[in-house]
Ligand binder design. Structure first.
Ligand SMILES: C[S@@+](CC[C@H](N)C(=O)[O-])C[C@H]1O[C@@H](n2cnc3c(N)ncnc32)[C@H](O)[C@@H]1O
Length: 231
């Protein structure tokens, strides 16, 4: 049964462009307001996200094939390195968020961004398509984060990398009200703990797992082994 706090409905709430999605996008795109919201709501800094996104994109190289999911309003686009000439797919379940991504790509004069509606839990890309998947501020918004990671691992090429972040259930007692409010609004899924995250990544065959706490947010990185069967 769907209840007001049913974590299974998170994606449909985002898809319908809940008012919070509008606020989140506005605020995260603004340096001043974003800094404030992230400090108060997540005890963290947007600069950590941008630093990690930039590092991952630079490491992938200017001819990489990149999937940015969920791209939201295109927060990571500003981290695309100058001279990037690869394939950049920005995907999200929300058509409204994708429109915002399109506006951001235009604002940044990134003409080659492919904007695509997609459900991270059922991706329509072939196995081994991407050199890099970026999934920032992500897993807590999905009904089934383990399934999302399985799909992400599937579409990574052998040797490809994942870089992302999530609001996890063991972020600390200070963040419990934020998590409960997010669930009550239907915006947050079940998420998991850092231990769950490590297990989900291992279960889909990703290696070199790195998990780092930045305030209430957990950042993670991992690599698909060169010679592994598809997850
Ligand atoms: C908190 S925002 C994060 C967006 C962006 N990565 C960022 O860091 O600002 C979460 C995003 O997840 C998207 N989303 C929720 N469920 C999804 C799903 N099943 N597949 C793809 N995107 C989804 C929402 O539409 C929303 O844009």
């Amino acid at each position: 049964m769907t209840t007001p706090s049913d974590p299974g409905r998170a994606s449909s709430t985002w898809r319908a462009d809940h008012p919070w999605a509008v606020i989140y996008d506005r605020v995260s795109g603004s340096d001043r307001l974003g800094a404030l919201l992230w400090r108060v709501g997540a005890g963290s800094s947007l600069s950590v996200l941008h630093g990690r996104a930039r590092d991952a994109l630079v490491h992938a190289g200017t001819d990489a094939t990149v999937l940015d999911i969920p791209c939201g309003g295109g927060v990571v686009l500003r981290d695309v390195p100058r001279g990037f000439a690869g394939r950049y797919v920005a995907a999200d379940i929300s058509p409204a968020m994708l429109r915002r991504t399109a506006e951001e790509a235009e604002h940044l004069a990134l003409s080659h961004v492919e904007i695509t509606e997609a459900d991270v839990q059922a991706l329509a890309f072939d196995h081994g398509t991407f050199d890099l998947v970026v999934a920032f501020t992500s897993l807590h918004c999905f009904p089934d984060p383990a399934l999302a990671l399985r799909e992400i691992a599937r579409v990574l090429r052998p040797g490809g990398r994942l870089s992302g972040s999530a609001f996890l259930n063991d972020a600390g007692p200070r963040f419990t009200p934020v998590i409960l409010a997010g669930r009550a609004l239907g915006l947050l899924g079940p998420s998991g703990t850092r231990k769950d995250l490590a297990r989900w990544l291992a279960d889909v065959g990703l290696v070199d797992v790195e998990i780092t706490q930045a305030g209430g947010l957990t950042y993670f990185g991992a690599r698909k082994p060169e010679r592994a069967p598809d997850a």
